[in-house]
Design a protein. Structure first.
Lengths: 167, 173
């Protein structure tokens, strides 16, 4: 009995000593894809890493940044892909901690919609303005050069007199 | 037609000026944490020196200050005495925890031996805890209420006044 109690105490202390690191499963559930390895794992890590902003860099993705923070994040992306997490789940996991700032491709929602729509609107307004101005200038009558009359120009009057022409 | 172009131009300019002026005076490195108001990610990490595993959940019922730092971070030297003195002053009311990020245990131990400490310092593994908390750079300090909910986050070296303000928030929210 004494031995059993000791064993139980030992087991309890071992459980209490276990290191627990926050895991993606806690936030985005179980993996929804298939575990990946080899060259495909490298490719998917780079693809997903290319969509995540390095939080300590100036506009660089974690796939491109050599900073330790980006390297840690890339390792985590790789580990999650290897476990079968989908790209959508991984982006959601990082977005949960860092917010939309971490996404290099902003989502089409809320204020971010303006990021997608404003350039198209600006382009359409600009094109409309240019075409309207071109159309207007094409339809305007061209001013003909003024024709001098014989009364105004003595030289012309003399030429007409000599040639016998009136106009 | 010219009037349409003029109005469109004015509207675009006004919108751009409004967007840019809204960002004026803001710290470009500051990012609002989406974790504020949410339950803090749980972790259990080894403490420097003792090797004891400290679980975040064991402090439920008490407000918590979780400070992410590193020995290679210069501003962390500046805030360390502020954290230690406040932890000593508020012992029993508020629990302080340090989480060291991207560092070596020997260096952390040396830092603590030289500068003293008043609370457990834990070692983050592969920066995973920092990533779960959305840490962009150290130092960053999170304030948790007695239920383990994040009430606020402070980026940069914290001063005593900001620390007390945020602790009060953690005690009342």
């Amino acid at each position: 009995m004494k031995r059993l109690i000791l064993l139980l105490m030992l087991a309890t202390s071992l459980v209490a000593q276990e290191v627990k690191i926050p895991d993606a499963e806690q936030f985005v559930g179980k993996p929804q894809g298939q575990p990946v390895s080899g060259a495909l794992l490298d490719q998917r890590t780079n693809e997903t890493g290319g969509l995540l902003r390095c939080p300590v860099c100036q506009g660089m993705s974690i796939a491109d940044s050599p900073s330790e923070m980006a390297v840690n994040m890339k390792h985590q992306v790789r580990e999650l892909i290897a476990r079968g997490y989908t790209q959508e789940q991984i982006l959601r996991y990082f977005e949960r901690s860092y917010g939309q700032f971490v996404l290099l491709k902003p989502k089409f929602q809320g204020v971010n919609t303006l990021v997608w729509i404003l350039p198209i609107i600006a382009l359409a307004v600009g094109a409309f303005a240019i075409f309207s101005m071109m159309g207007k200038s094409g339809s305007q009558p061209v001013d003909e050069p003024p024709v001098a009359t014989a009364e105004e120009d003595p030289y012309l009057a003399e030429v007409r007199k000599l040639t016998g022409r009136q106009s | 037609m010219n009037r349409v172009v003029l109005i469109a131009g004015i509207l675009i300019t006004v919108a751009l000026v409004a967007i840019l002026s809204a960002g004026l005076g803001k710290d470009p490195q500051h990012i609002d944490s989406p974790l504020i108001g949410k339950q803090a990610p749980d972790f259990a990490l080894k403490a420097v020196g003792t090797g004891e595993t400290i679980d975040l959940t064991q402090f439920r019922g008490k407000p918590l200050v979780v400070n992410f730092w590193a020995t290679w971070c210069r501003p962390c030297y500046e805030e360390h005495p502020v954290l230690v003195s406040n932890a000593q002053m508020m012992q029993g009311q508020v629990q302080f925890l340090g989480v060291v990020f991207q560092d070596k245990e020997e260096k952390i131990q040396q830092f603590l031996n030289e500068r003293g400490t008043a609370y457990p310092t834990l070692v983050d593994q592969a920066g995973k805890t920092a990533i779960a908390y959305g840490v962009g750079g150290v130092p960053e300090t999170f304030f948790l209420n007695k239920d383990g909910r994040i009430v606020d986050k402070f980026v940069g070296p914290i001063d005593s006044e900001s620390l007390q303000t945020n602790i009060r928030k953690a005690m009342t929210q």
